[in-house]
Design a protein around this ligand. Structure first.
Ligand code: IPM
Ligand code: MG
Length: 355
C-alpha cells in the first residue's frame, strides 16, 4: 500500500525547499520501488492569509492520517503585527501539540570537508557528531501565560514552566535509546541550581538511567553547556533537555556545523512524525530560488528512516548529498572562490545525479 506524506511548504522559502526535497524523494522512491503519495496542505502565515488561521483543522487532520509530514518553514515580518494566538509560529506549535510530537531530534554532524565553514576553529569541530533530543510539547512553551496584567500598579507578563515526571521519563527514555545506537553517552542539561522544574528533571533522568546501565549519564547546567559547545563540542554524543533550553542550544549547535541551512530535524510523535529543516522561512531570500535545500532534503531522509523504516533509501539520500558537496557544489550561504555556485535547482540536480 502507498505511504502517504503530507507536505506543508508554509511560508518564505518553504515552497522552494520542499519542492526540492520532494523531487529527491520521487527519485529515491523510483530507485527503491517505494510507493509514496503526496498531499499538500497549508500552514503558517500563508494559511492565515487564506483562511484566517495559521493551522486549518483540515491540515491537522491530514497530518494525523499521514505516514509522515514534511514541513518547510513558517513566519515572516509580514505577520509581525498579527494577534499572538494567530501568529504563523502557532502553526508549528499547534502541530507539535496536535500530533503529540514530544521529541525533537536535531543531529549535528560536521563532515571534514565542511569544517572550514564553522565559526569555530576547524580543529575544534573536526569529528563533531552529536544529537540534541529536545522535549517539544511541554515546559514554558505550553504552560499558562499572561500577555499583560496589572500588578502592584505596573504592567507585567508571565509564562509558566512546568514538567511532570511522565513527560521527563518519556523524553529521557528516547535519549537513552538513541545513545545506545550511537556512542552510549547522554548529557542531560538543566538549570537545577536555580529551577524547581530542573531539579525534578534531573531526579527523573537519574531514575530512568537505572534501566540503562550500559549508557553513561552526566548532568550539565545549561549555561555551562552553551560554553562547552563552543569550547569542546566533540565531548557530546546525545544531549537531552527541555523545550526552551533545547531551542536555544540547538541553534548554537547547528551553527557549529557551518550553515544552519544544512541541518535537518525529526519531531517524533505518538503516531505521525514530522520532519523539517531547522533554519526557518528566510523571507529576505524567498522566491529567489537561491535557498539551500539540503536541510530539507536531509529531513526527507530522516522521514524515510524513522517513519517508513526505509534505511537504505535514507542512506542513499545522505550519501548523494555528501557526493554533491564533495563535487564542490555550494549554495550562496556556503559559496566562495574555488567552488561551483549553485542555486536551489542546481543543488537539487547535483543531489539527484547521485541517486
Ligand atoms: C524551532 C523554532 C520554533 C521554536 C519557533 C518557530 C516557534 O525556533 O523549531 O526551533 O521556538 O520551537
Ligand atoms: Mg528554534
Amino acid at each position: 500500500m502507498a505511504k502517504k506524506i503530507v507536505v506543508i511548504p508554509g511560508d518564505g522559502i518553504g515552497k522552494e525547499i520542499t519542492d526540492s526535497a520532494v523531487e529527491v524523494l520521487k527519485k529515491v522512491a523510483e530507485k527503491y520501488s517505494l510507493e509514496l503519495e503526496y498531499e499538500y496542505k497549508d500552514a503558517g502565515g500563508t494559511a492565515y492569509d487564506k483562511f484566517g488561521t495559521p493551522l486549518p483543522e483540515d491540515t491537522l487532520e491530514a497530518c494525523k492520517a499521514a505516514d509522515g509530514v514534511l514541513f518547510g518553514a513558517v513566519g515572516g515580518d509580514k505577520w509581525d503585527n498579527v494577534e499572538p494566538s494567530l501568529r504563523p509560529e502557532k502553526a508549528i506549535l499547534g502541530l507539535r501539540k496536535g500530533l503529540g510530537l514530544y521529541a525533537n531530534l536535531r543531529p549535528v554532524k560536521v563532515a571534514d570537508s565542511l569544517t572550514e565553514y564553522s565559526p569555530l576553529k576547524p580543529e575544534l569541530v573536526k569529528g563533531v557528531d552529536l544529537v540534541i533530543v529536545r522535549e517539544l510539547v511541554g515546559g514554558i512553551y505550553f504552560g499558562d501565560k499572561c500577555e499583560s496584567e496589572e500588578f502592584n500598579g505596573t504592567e507585567r507578563a508571565w509564562d509558566l514552566e512546568n514538567y511532570s515526571v511522565p513527560e521527563v521519563e518519556r523524553i529521557a527514555k528516547l535519549a537513552f535509546e538513541t545513545a545506545r545506537l550511537r556512542r552510549g553517552k547522554v548529557t542531560s542539561v538543566d538549570k537545577a541550581n536555580v529551577l524547581a522544574t530542573s531539579r525534578l528533571w534531573r531526579r527523573t533522568v537519574a531514575e530512568v538511567a537505572k534501566d540503562y546501565a550500559d549508557v553513561e549519564l552526566n548532568n550539565l547546567y545549561v549555561d555551562n553547556t552553551a560554553m562547552q559547545l563552543a569550547v569542546r563540542p566533540t565531548q557530546f554524543d546525545v544531549i537531552v533537555t527541555g523545550n526552551l533550553f533545547g531551542d536555544i542550544l540547538s541553534d548554537e549547535a547547528a551553527v557549529i556545523g557551518g550553515s544552519i541551512g544544512m541541518m535537518p530535524s525529526a519531531s517524533i510523535g505518538e503516531c505521525t512524525s514530522l520532519y523539517e529543516p531547522i533554519h526557518g522561512s528566510a523571507p529576505d531570500i524567498a522566491g529567489k530560488g537561491i535557498a539551500n535545500p539540503i536541510g530539507t532534503i536531509l529531513s526527507a531522509a530522516m522521514l524515510l528512516r524513522y517513519s517508513l523504516q526505509e534505511e537504505a533509501a535514507a542512506k542513499a539520500i545522505e550519501d548523494a548529498v555528501d557526493a554533491a558537496l564533495a563535487e564542490g557544489w555550494r549554495t550562496a550561504d556556503l559559496w566562495h572562490e574555488g567552488f561551483k555556485k549553485a542555486n536551489t535547482e542546481d543543488m537539487t540536480k547535483a543531489v539527484l545525479a547521485h541517486i
